[in-house]
Ligand binder design. Structure first.
Ligand code: FA5
Length: 346
């Protein structure tokens, strides 16, 4: 064996050792970069061929080719082996014991406040209403002036309020959302509901809270009349409370509607006989409504000689109380899971 071929074989043996000793893919790649690349020491031995004679050249060339082939095959086999070993180790680590019991996630209930909003939105959208929302923080102008309640009007006192500054307050009812919607509608017909929160300095008791929800409704068009309002509310009340519940319409007063009505439902606790919750009346009031006052129409850019409309404001918690037999409004806000769990998702 020529000295040149011996050099090739010695180097080959050394590289085989290095490949065999590489126990991870990073080390193996480093060995390949060093010994199997174009500029490797093994390839540089090719320059020895110049000093060899004919037959020796052939033998040397063969030895070089065999060395390259053998080393490449060994490298590929080792790479495959290490890859498989890595996957095996990963699988072993991530092994799942399918016989273990699963983790049980408790599904919570939905607060009846939101259940009623969803149900009312379903009922009214099925009648062609669109849902709009107004801001919780209102200006005096939208909360009162645009609702035909000027600064000296006694109706302001009934909604004694939380002010942020002289001109800004937490809205006392969802009715100002009417004015925003009418401004946006640009004197065109409207059919909307606006769910949201309201705030008043009311003393908290079984049926009153300083923070409560309302759903405002507003329909404006040509020839809209009180009969339309009554039919709409009756349909809503029947869908919400069923056929058997007593419903009472009373005439009332709101500065922004004329004529005005209020609607009561027979008390869930005493079925109309009179108890402490309904304060002996047998009924609980759930909404105020009426025909939109001509002044409100005018302030919102509608000609009251051409357009008319009706509006209503329904108390969300009161509907929830009457619907589910909740005897105290405060239970809706207390966050007691035992209470909310009774209103499981279907
Ligand atoms: C109003 O707020 C009028 N904006 C309703 C309206 C809209 C009339 C459109 C005409 C046209 P009232 O103050 O009566 O009206 O409140 C309406 C409903 O909100 C009540 O029937 C009641 O269900 C609910 N509500 C009022 N105050 C409270 C309170 N402190 N706690 C819980 N619910 C309340």
């Amino acid at each position: 064996m020529s000295e040149e071929i011996k050099k090739v074989n010695d180097l080959k043996s050394m590289i085989i050792n290095e490949i065999n000793n590489a126990n991870d893919l990073v080390t193996l790649k480093a060995v390949a970069d060093k010994h199997l690349s174009k500029k490797s020491e093994l390839n540089s031995l090719m320059s020895l061929i110049k000093q060899l004679s004919g037959d020796e050249k052939t033998a040397f060339g063969q030895a070089m080719n065999n060395a390259r082939k053998e080393l490449n095959e060994l490298y590929q086999a080792k790479e495959k082996f290490l890859n498989e070993a890595m996957i095996r180790a990963k699988l072993e680590k991530e092994k799942i014991d399918i016989t273990l019991p699963g983790i049980k996630y408790n599904v919570g209930g939905i607060n009846p406040f939101f259940k009623i909003i969803d149900e009312m939105v379903d009922i009214f959208t099925s009648m062609g209403y669109q849902v709009k929302e107004g801001p919780d923080v209102e200006t005096d102008y939208f909360n009162f002036e645009r609702m035909n309640i000027p600064s000296n009007h006694p109706a302001r006192e009934m909604q004694d309020s939380f002010y942020i500054d002289n001109n800004t307050l937490l809205r006392t009812h969802t009715s100002p959302a009417q004015a925003h919607a009418m401004d946006e509608a640009d004197a065109k017909p409207l059919k909307i509901i606006c769910p949201g929160k309201c705030y008043r300095r009311d003393d908290d008791d079984a049926t009153h809270s300083h923070q409560f929800g309302q759903i405002e409704g507003l329909v404006i068009g040509k020839g809209i009349n009180l009969g339309n309002l009554k039919a709409t509310l009756e349909l809503f009340l029947r869908k919400m409370f069923g056929e058997k519940r007593e419903v009472r319409f009373r005439s009332s007063y709101f500065p922004f509607t004329e004529p005005s009505v209020e609607v009561d439902i027979s008390c869930m606790e005493c079925q109309g006989k009179g108890c402490s919750i309904c304060k002996g009346t047998g009924y609980i009031e759930i909404l105020g409504a009426g025909m939109v006052h001509p002044n409100v129409l005018k302030m919102s850019g509608y000609d009251p000689e051409v357009y008319s409309g009706f509006a209503f404001g329904v108390g969300i918690e009161r509907v929830a109380m009457l619907r589910y037999g909740i005897d105290d409004i405060r239970k809706i806000y207390q966050g007691d899971v035992r209470f909310v769990e009774q209103f499981k998702r279907k």
